[in-house]
Design a binder for this molecule. Sequence first.
Ligand SMILES: [Zn+2]
Length: 129
Amino acid sequence: MSNHELYQTAFSLINHKKLRNFGTSGHVACALETNQGNIFTGICIDLPCSIGLCAEQSAISEMVKNNETAIKRIVAVYEDGSILPPCGRCREFIGQIDDRNMETKIVLPEMKEVLLKDLLPERWDSKWN
Ligand SMILES: [Zn+2]
């Protein structure tokens, strides 16, 4: 699957909903392709008190549920159609799920690609690897 097709898959899931107590969901969506070629998707959930989860974490949860952990490429899309780079927590989350994910291609705005390892230099956990 191309970066553009992965982007379209994520964008098709945008469905911004209001939840109780100012909570919202679905204004960011994520699609990832695993090393085995499967596609998993997720949406964000934002709740008060900084409780919630990013679309990337939601997609990764689906992937792990299906017994895969190695991500070939991943993209997150905001409701206006722009591509969002993963937040710091998601970068770490992707890296800690599987050592191979340091080679994951992160799709950036304008379909630029960067490897996760280039977004996470000077690993804190290299002592244990
Ligand atoms: Zn995040």
